[in-house]
Design a protein around this ligand. Structure first.
Ligand SMILES: Nc1ncnc2c1ncn2[C@@H]1O[C@H](COP(=O)(O)OP(=O)(O)OP(=O)(O)O)[C@@H](O)[C@H]1O
Ligand SMILES: [Mg+2]
Length: 268
């Protein structure tokens, strides 16, 4: 891999979490990986590119927001609105929130020249301030996901270990290839089993298949099914700040370490 080698140590590495299949853990991965990297002292910006605004809610920002990513993408001179979130333990993370308004942006931009480049362009002005920018994408391969893929240096693909989930990975790979016309350096950083239940026979079989098909691009770290992850999301906090979330916290720490190692290895 030649991951953003020219940008090493200078600008943030931009990571999109993408998979057009719904409910596979994109938002949960973005939120908890972002929070974990922030706890490790990295400067993190997390961008919500989904009109469901789940990432926004993950960080307790779903209250009345003055501006969201929708305006930044829609307006010709738009700028990303950045909200800072700090927790009691001293974690600091910047969030660009979304709202339902984002649903209409896809249509509003349909005939705009350079519509796929809007997020990359807006990000260019702030990425110097960060070590990592994480982008949460919606469950579709539409313009918002394409904007994320054009802005990103690399992609993390969270997936469930289900046969129905596997079919979608080919489509996503196709879209990533198409995005490379506008973003030639884009790489797949890894495929993440983000809701793994090793007790199920189907999941074990898919685990095997994934490893055969994707080899070492599957992250060694697996995020197991864990009710604390779901409960923490509902409470609007990262799982590390949630009572009983120690096991899941450790898993995300291992994932963060693996992400840092892969980025480091790719930059050599
Ligand atoms: N490891 C896990 N264990 C238990 N629940 C999980 C886990 N990961 C995610 N979840 C839960 O599964 C649901 C779907 O996860 P999430 O919202 O992250 O998926 P998504 O891919 O972002 O969905 P969408 O496609 O709708 O944006 C959420 O309720 C989330 O809290
Ligand atoms: Mg989501």
């Amino acid at each position: 891999m030649s991951l953003a080698s020219s940008k090493a140590e200078v600008m943030a590495l931009v990571i999109a979490c993408a998979n057009q299949k719904g409910g596979v853990g994109k938002t949960t991965t973005t939120a908890n990986l972002g929070a974990t990297l922030a706890q490790m002292g990295k400067r993190i910006l997390a961008i919500d590119m989904d009109a469901q605004a789940n990432l926004t809610a993950h960080f307790g920002l779903e209250r009345e927001l003055e501006s969201t990513v929708a305006g930044a993408l829609r307006d010709r001179e738009g700028e990303l609105p950045v909200y800072r979130v700090e927790d009691d333990a001293g974690m600091v993370i910047d969030i660009v929130p979304a709202s339902l308004e984002l649903a209409s942006v896809e249509f509003q931009l349909a005939a705009v020249i350079g519509r796929e480049l809007r997020l990359r362009d807006r990000l260019e002005r702030v990425r110097d301030n960060y070590d990592f920018v994480l982008i949460d994408t919606p469950p579709s391969l539409g313009l918002l996901t394409v904007n994320a893929l054009v802005a990103a240096d690399c992609v993390i693909i969270p997936t469930e270990a289900r046969f129905f989930s596997l079919q979608g990975l080919y489509m996503l790979q196709e879209t990533i290839s198409e995005a490379s016309a506008l973003n030639p350096g884009i790489e797949i950083l890894g495929v993440l089993l983000s809701k793994y239940d090793r007790r199920l026979r189907e999941e074990k079989a898919v685990w095997q298949y994934l490893h055969e098909r994707w080899g070492d691009r599957v992250f060694e770290t697996e995020i197991g099914i864990n009710s604390k992850i779901l409960e923490a999301a509902s409470a609007g906090v990262p799982v590390s700040a949630y009572t009983g979330g120690k096991k899941a916290t450790t898993a995300y720490q291992l994932l963060a370490r693996e992400v840092l190692d892969r980025v480091e290895a790719a930059r050599l």
